[in-house]
Write a protein that binds this ligand. Structure first.
Ligand code: F3S
Length: 292
């Protein structure tokens, strides 16, 4: 069985940067904690905790003197509260997310009603909405776009990980409801690259293994796209979940991973699949020799 890795996979620039910033805090004298998991990957979160950088859900729970804002970003209110508590803020907001936040805020200041095209409830979308302020709407589907009451001025920004094709479709619908429309396609290329590489690979293999946290929206999306490309797909968090039966009879298997999946987790998956393959080849040789 051929085992192929997607050309673009795993940590993106923003996550790499955020993890490095969080790791850097482990060596500081005061204790630091991330506000929410730094990324949607339980293995990495556990590793960071072992290094001394824990996770809190609320600023009130911080025992040390430093709060790390994760790559998804945070609402302006979080920065105000951190300042009121005299906390040092290590801001690991991905620059692409920051761009979406400031675009949303600027549109609102210019008098546009802001629509954030993205997944409702996702922490990044929540942060963009908070930067844009009251009256901001989240649009997740074409139906929601069609149902949005007409406004004279509409400003649109996107969740950075939103599929570009779906964004364009939604924008086409929104364009019919406003005389003055400003579109900021704040989608980052890391997502597009990973999605395209995953789809290309899924079309060439029998089985796709998508590695990443179950809570990671971009990993789940990769799995969906691979399925749509016609591949049998397994979404796993670690190599321990792999089952040799998934690969029985497969000529080629592919591996991809979400933007929050560390390279060491991908390597473990690759090695385990190689072991399965060697065991299967041995089994076939024994059958051919008639010893099974
Ligand atoms: Fe940033 Fe894009 Fe990654 S927005 S966190 S570089 S997926």
């Amino acid at each position: 069985m051929k085992i192929l890795l997607a050309e673009h996979r795993g940590f993106c620039y923003g996550v790499e940067r955020a993890v490095a910033m969080a790791r850097g805090c482990a060596d500081r004298p005061g204790k630091a904690a991330t506000l929410g998991p730094i990324i949607h990957n339980p293995q990495l979160v556990a590793r960071l905790a072992a290094e001394g950088v824990g996770t809190v859900d609320n600023l009130d729970d911080i025992k040390g003197d430093t709060v790390i804002i994760r790559s998804h970003g945070a609402p302006p209110e979080t920065y105000r509260q951190a300042a009121a508590k005299n906390l040092t803020v290590v801001d690991a907001t991905c620059p692409h997310v920051r761009k979406a936040q400031t675009a949303a805020r600027d549109l609102r200041e210019k008098g546009y009603r802001v629509a954030v095209v993205g997944e409702r409830g996702h922490p990044e979308v929540n942060s963009i909405v908070a930067w844009a302020g009251d009256g901001t709407v989240v649009i997740e589907t074409e139906e929601e776009a069609a149902g949005l009451p007409a406004v004279p001025r509409l400003g649109i920004v996107s969740q950075t990980t939103f599929p570009p094709g779906r964004f364009d479709g939604i924008v086409d619908i929104l364009k019919t409801g406003a005389a003055d429309i400003q579109v900021n396609k704040t989608i980052c290329t890391a997502t597009e690259q990973r999605q395209q590489a995953a789809v290309d690979l899924a079309a060439r293999v029998d089985v796709m293994v998508v590695v990443g946290g179950r809570g990671s929206a971009n990993t789940t999306r990769l799995a969906q796209l691979c399925q749509e490309a016609g591949s049998r797909v397994y979404h796993i968090e670690t190599a321990a979940e792999l089952d040799p039966e998934w690969f029985r009879g497969a000529e080629a298997a592919g591996i991809t991973a979400g933007a929050s999946t560390p390279e060491w987790v991908i390597e473990e998956v690759y090695r385990k699949m190689q072991e399965f393959d060697q065991a299967m080849e041995q089994e076939i040789r024994q059958i051919e020799k008639g010893s099974i």
